[in-house]
Design a protein around this ligand. Structure first.
Ligand code: GDP
Ligand code: MG
Length: 246
């Protein structure tokens, strides 16, 4: 299972350019004219020996602000659901917009690691980086450490993005690859609704916790909570609760 990296952001910030840059060939269509709507794009990539699956959320939205927002929301949510790490792209020349704020909201709710790429930073200089990034710091991005200026077109800063991606791949992902080293034990927590299943799991995750990582299932009603205890890995499956039909 290779980690999945989703590139999200509003139209025209340079997502496809970044995607192509990472993949190493021109695969996604880079477009500066509105009017084309495309599906999500997948490609394999490799960084420092780590295999990755990249998703480019394609799509140039057309229409009024409302329909653009719902289109982007759909695209972004679908990609986020599949992702292990999210790369959220902005246009550094234009600065943050309302749509960017909207996307940050979506991304934050996903509870997954996010790398923020301030793209089109073609002229960036170390000395002025803080001033330049200031408007983005104000967006309520949780950690400044995950904000990177980048120029996808010229390939500058892309290394930093990829290193940050590697550093943020959930540990379980790497561990399960070493088959046999540490088998993951799955434990289902069942009971009627409101019996306190989730509270119990949260309590377990909160003490002696090394890694607790939530992944909301889309097609399942269960939530996996990864908990390390000592050198053993467990997945607690929080079930939605058994309900009688009718
Ligand atoms: P997407 O809609 O987010 O996928 O954006 P695209 O990748 O299609 O790029 C939109 C426009 O921004 C294109 O004209 C690109 O050439 C341009 N662009 C992308 N990255 C950069 C960059 O790093 N610097 C500059 N100056 N332009 C860029
Ligand atoms: Mg694109």
């Amino acid at each position: 299972m290779e980690p999945v990296i989703a590139i999200v952001g509003r139209p025209n910030v340079g997502k496809s350019t970044l995607f192509n840059r990472i993949v190493g060939r021109r695969q996604a269509i880079v477009n500066d004219t509105a009017g084309v709507t495309r599906d999500r794009h997948y490609a394999n990539a490799d960084w420092r020996g780590q295999k990755l699956i990249l998703i480019d959320t394609g799509g140039i939205a057309v229409g009024d602000v409302k329909s653009i927002q719902s289109f982007i929301k759909k695209q972004t949510m679908a990609a986020i659901t599949e992702a292990d790490v999210i790369v959220c792209v902005f246009d550094g020349r234009e600065g943050p917009t309302t749509l960017d704020e909207h996307i940050i909201e979506l991304v934050r709710k996903a509870n997954k690691p996010v790398i923020y790429a301030i793209n089109k930073s073609d002229q960036m200089q170390k000395s002025t980086t803080d001033t330049y990034l200031a408007p983005f710091y104000e967006l309520g991005i949780p950690s400044k450490a995950n904000i990177f200026p980048v120029s996808s077109e010229h390939g500058r800063g892309v290394d930093d993005i990829l290193d940050a991606v590697l550093a943020n791949i959930p540990k379980e992902e790497k561990i399960t690859e070493d088959a046999g080293l540490s088998a993951v034990t799955r434990i289902a927590v069942i009971g009627r609704p409101n019996a306190g299943k989730s509270t119990l799991i949260n309590r377990l995750a909160g003490t002696e916790r090394v890694i607790a990582h939530e992944m909301a299932g889309t097609t399942r009603d269960c939530i996996d909570v990864h908990i390390s205890y000592g050198d053993r890995k467990y997945v607690f499956v929080d079930t939605a609760g058994l309900k009688k039909k009718g």
